[in-house]
Structures are given as structure tokens and as C-alpha cells.
Design a protein around this ligand. Structure first.
Ligand code: SF4
Length: 306
């Protein structure tokens, strides 16, 4: 561990609301905006609309901030990178979740906008989104971590960049997402800026989703569109999606937030109408139907139509 580099990084990330599970590990949780809005009686995230998730009972976490991509649209900072870290055991992560989630939401307890029942519900999470930042499949105990979270009785969502198909096959979350950042290898290399070319592995992970869907598991592909960078060739995206057999597809606009603002401009953020037009260009090539849309989050969700 390069402690000299780790400490300033952690300090900066703590200032952004990250709660670390251990001083020498980048495993962290951070309640998202929708968790806080829902707690205060406001709107919930689109996952409530599409999948019935209760936002104020959702824990957003990652077992590692390491990543083998440096996506242009990532909200994470590449300047606050860890060069070494301790991997915690799954039990250490799971046992500290209640304490850290309570700490992260602490300021809301006294807010007059937060109903007592909601606050108490928030302290009893029933959904774990392994999606904060970093690539979770680089954490060596991910399958065990997911199994342990599943045993709490809550639902688990895993969001992966798909670069580690072997690890993904061993993971059994309630819903498994693979990100599809491009319709072809060249665009992938330009937008994800990977440490090496993982395009073939990503396609392998995506095509594995069909077997899981057939086995009754919930699978999803997430497409994040960045205007002028990866929003071309809807037919080719559609071909990859159609062959995958994923149950759901989320087509989302890039959001100009966090550290992505240093790499992209607000003009790269598509309007909801553009997401709609792009999705409708894919639809004739897909056996999927529109499950719903959320204009605030600029996302359209498709479901397999068998
Ligand atoms: S794969 Fe995810 S965490 Fe890694 S750089 Fe891309 S968006 Fe960020």
C-alpha cells in the first residue's frame, strides 16, 4: 500500500460523502441523491418505477474503487486513484453497512421533512446496489459478498463493466447489469479508455446474460449515451442486445456530474428526446417492448417481449 498517496485521496473522497469501510481499503458506501430525496418525502429513483425498489432503503456501495477502465462519462475522479489497497473480507463489509449508512444519513434524522417511519425504514435497508464507482469484479471475494448480502433477505443489484466474464459467472445477484458503452471496438476504446482491450470479454459477458435469463434470473444491459461520442449506429447496438437475451435494457443519457465535467461538456449530455429517438431506432431490430421511461433521469427501460 502506498499510504502517502492513499490518505489524500481518501480525504478528498470523504469530503464528497464517501464512507469508507476501513482506513486501508477503498470499499465504500455513499447514499445517492434519490435515497436522500425519498427520505425527505420527495421523488424516488427510476428503479422504483421500473423494478419496485424503495430508494430510501437502498444502500449504494462498492467493495473496491479500482477500475480497469477510465470512461469519459464516469463521475469518479481518476486523480484520486488508489495505487494499492487492502481487500476486506465480505463479512467485514456486510457487518459495517448499518453503522456507515446511519452515519451517512445522520444529518437527516433531525430534519423536519423526514417522517419518523421513513427514517426507521432507512436504517433497515432492503436493497444493495453494488454500483457506486470502481469495477466490483476486481474485488477477489465478490461472489461471496453477494451471497452474504442475499442472505440478509434484501435484493442485490450488481453493475459491472463486463470485463471479467469468469468472475461474473460466479456472481448471483438479484439483478445483474452489464454496461454496453459502444456499438463497436473502436468506439469502446475511445470512450472507456481501458488499460487493455477488453471488447471481446465484454461481448462474452453480455452473451452470457441470456443463459441467466433462461435460468429465471434478472439480467440487464445498460447503455449510457454520450452525444457525439457513442450515440451512433443504433442498429449495431440492437444486434448486440438482441443476441444477448438480457431481460431488461436501460438506455440512459450521460449526466454531466462529478468529475466527468472535467472530461466532457454539457453539450455531450443528450436530451430525453434524443434517448427516445435512439431507442425507437433500435426497437424494430429487437424483440423488446418499452417498459417505462423517466424524463427526469433521461432513461428508457425496455423489457424482453417473448
Ligand atoms: S467502468 Fe464504471 S467505474 Fe470504471 S471508469 Fe467506467 S464508469 Fe467509471
Amino acid at each position: 500500500m502506498h499510504s502517502g498517496q492513499c490518505e489524500p485521496s481518501m480525504k478528498a473522497l470523504r469530503g464528497m460523502g464517501y464512507q469508507f469501510f476501513h482506513p486501508q481499503s477503498s470499499a465504500a458506501l455513499k447514499p445517492c441523491l434519490w435515497c436522500k430525496r425519498s427520505l425527505s418525502g420527495g421523488d424516488q429513483c427510476y428503479k422504483n418505477q421500473f423494478y419496485g425498489i424503495t430508494s430510501h432503503r437502498c444502500v449504494q456501495l462498492t467493495p473496491t474503487l479500482r477500475c480497469n477502465h477510465t470512461c469519459l462519462f464516469c463521475w469518479r475522479s481518476f486523480e484520486h486513484e488508489y495505487t494499492g489497497e487492502k481487500d476486506l473480507m465480505p463479512e467485514e463489509i456486510v457487518s459495517r453497512i448499518p453503522f456507515l449508512q446511519k452515519k451517512a444519513l445522520g444529518g437527516y434524522k433531525v430534519s423536519p421533512r423526514v417522517a419518523k417511519e421513513k427514517w426507521e425504514e432507512a436504517l433497515r435497508p432492503d436493497q444493495y446496489a453494488i454500483s457506486l464507482a470502481g469495477e466490483p469484479t476486481l474485488y477477489p471475494h465478490l461472489p461471496e459478498l453477494i451471497d452474504l448480502l442475499n442472505q440478509t433477505g434484501g435484493t442485490t443489484f450488481l453493475v459491472s463493466n463486463g470485463t471479467m466474464p469468469g468472475v461474473l459467472r460466479q456472481c448471483h445477484p438479484y439483478q445483474k447489469y452489464i454496461s454496453l458503452t459502444a456499438p463497436d471496438r473502436e468506439t469502446y476504446l475511445r470512450i472507456a479508455r481501458p488499460v487493455e482491450d477488453y471488447w471481446d470479454q465484454i461481448l462474452e459477458s453480455i452473451s452470457d446474460l441470456g443463459h441467466e435469463t433462461d435460468a429465471g434470473r434478472r439480467t440487464a444491459i445498460r447503455v449510457t449515451l454520450v452525444r457525439g461520442i457513442n450515440d451512433q449506429d443504433p442498429e449495431r447496438y440492437a444486434r448486440i442486445i438482441q443476441e444477448s437475451g438480457a431481460k431488461f435494457v436501460e438506455v440512459k443519457a450521460y449526466m454531466h456530474v462529478g468529475y466527468s465535467q472535467k472530461r466532457l461538456t454539457i453539450r455531450h449530455m443528450p436530451l430525453h428526446d434524443e434517448i427516445d429517438r435512439f431507442t425507437r431506432k433500435m426497437l424494430p431490430h429487437l424483440s423488446y417492448r418499452i417498459l417505462g421511461e423517466n424524463t427526469l433521469s433521461r432513461v428508457i427501460c425496455l423489457e424482453q417481449d417473448l
